[in-house]
Unconditional design. Structure first.
Length: 132
């Protein structure tokens, strides 16, 4: 009986430690190819979650990440001087996303997830937000 309890306690603690890990989004642009790159990972070295994604030159979509159970999301932008990006985020109960144009040159933005579902959108560099 004690062994089963110990295993269940260990599994529960492991799952809790994963949900407390900081999540990272790194974005940068390769001007030569016109690609916007996004790398996703968290600070738990035992969790293999590294992802690399791109948006091509002729694609106007945003980078988008939907988190479940995240607490801290750290957005790191590594673009050139005077570059900007639109950074949007939305909590589960929000009707609309909160968006702002931010400096994308060597910048870090700390976002706090207040609910179980948390979404983040990041534009390509120097995009004008759609007002429609």
């Amino acid at each position: 009986m004690k062994k089963i309890l110990l295993v269940l306690t260990a599994l529960t603690f492991t799952n809790l430690s994963y949900s407390q890990a900081d999540e990272y989004i790194e974005v940068s642009t390769k001007n030569i190819f016109g690609k916007s790159e996004m790398v996703l990972y968290n600070d738990n070295i035992d969790f293999d979650d590294l992802e690399y994604l791109t948006i091509g030159r002729n694609n106007d979509n945003y980078h988008w990440v939907k988190y479940t159970g995240a607490k801290n999301v750290i957005v790191i932008m590594n673009d050139y001087e005077n570059d900007t990006r639109e950074l949007c985020y939305k909590h589960q109960s929000d009707e609309k996303a909160t968006c702002e144009i931010v400096d994308a040159f060597a910048s870090i933005y700390n976002l706090q997830a207040k609910e179980n579902i948390f979404e983040v959108w990041i534009s390509k560099i120097n995009e004008t937000p759609d007002e429609s």
